[in-house]
Design a protein around this ligand. Structure first.
Ligand code: SF4
Length: 202
């Protein structure tokens, strides 16, 4: 573990989040199984990381009651609202500061809403590539890495999808509508962060 990762874990814990470090995506999946009992009602925010490590496949395996907004026969609005009663809500983070803050920017806001309140437990899975020195770097990371790549992934017609940089647009397709920082928590341990020593997601 690098000094930066160790410092980030220490600060996440200081902010009353549980923090775990694993070397690989496979180990992250094992940690998820350990923290999330089978049969739990689980839900997840849109995340390339969760898909990449096989977590979404695990949620769909039948071992969990998965509020799956993207299932072929799903009622998206119903599943999205069911997520707020989840036993465990999963997401990644757009950036994690070395000061132990989680920074996320949403379009609809359902992901950061569930991160904030509702689900009993929240598990954030993130590659070490998401760690940044401070909030200014977190904002820059979203504007010039995460959001442009997500806009491309979602086939949005935003200027960042074309140029790879934020233009602070007014596009109808804009994906940056809700800006959220999770700092020191009131309920200790509700948010758990699994840091993976790999480059994952955007
Ligand atoms: S504000 Fe617009 S241009 Fe900037 S990152 Fe978000 S969607 Fe892209």
């Amino acid at each position: 573990m690098t000094e930066i990762v160790a410092r980030t874990i220490e600060k996440l814990q200081k902010n009353k989040m549980e923090a775990y470090y694993v070397e690989t995506a496979a180990e992250a999946l094992e940690k998820i199984k350990e923290l999330c009992p089978e049969g739990s009602l689980v839900a997840s925010g849109g995340s390339a990381t969760l898909a990449q490590i096989g977590a979404v496949d695990l949620f769909r395996s039948g071992k969990y009651d998965y509020a799956d907004r993207y299932a072929p026969d799903a009622n998206m609005a119903v599943e999205a609202r069911r997520a707020f009663n989840a036993d465990v809500y999963f997401l990644s983070a757009n950036a994690i500061t070395e000061n132990g803050e989680l920074y996320n920017v949403d379009g609809t806001g359902n992901r950061v809403a569930a991160l904030t309140f509702g689900p009993k437990s929240v598990i954030v899975v993130a590659g070490v590539n998401k760690i940044v020195p401070d909030m200014a770097a977190a904002v820059e990371r979203v504007e010039n890495i995460a959001a442009p790549l997500n806009a491309q992934r979602l086939n949005k017609k935003t200027p960042c999808a074309a140029t790879g940089k934020c233009h602070h647009c007014s596009s109808p397709d804009r994906i940056c509508c809700v800006y959220h920082t999770a700092a020191q928590q009131r309920e200790a341990g509700r948010i758990k962060v699994i840091l993976v020593n790999e480059s994952l997601g955007f």
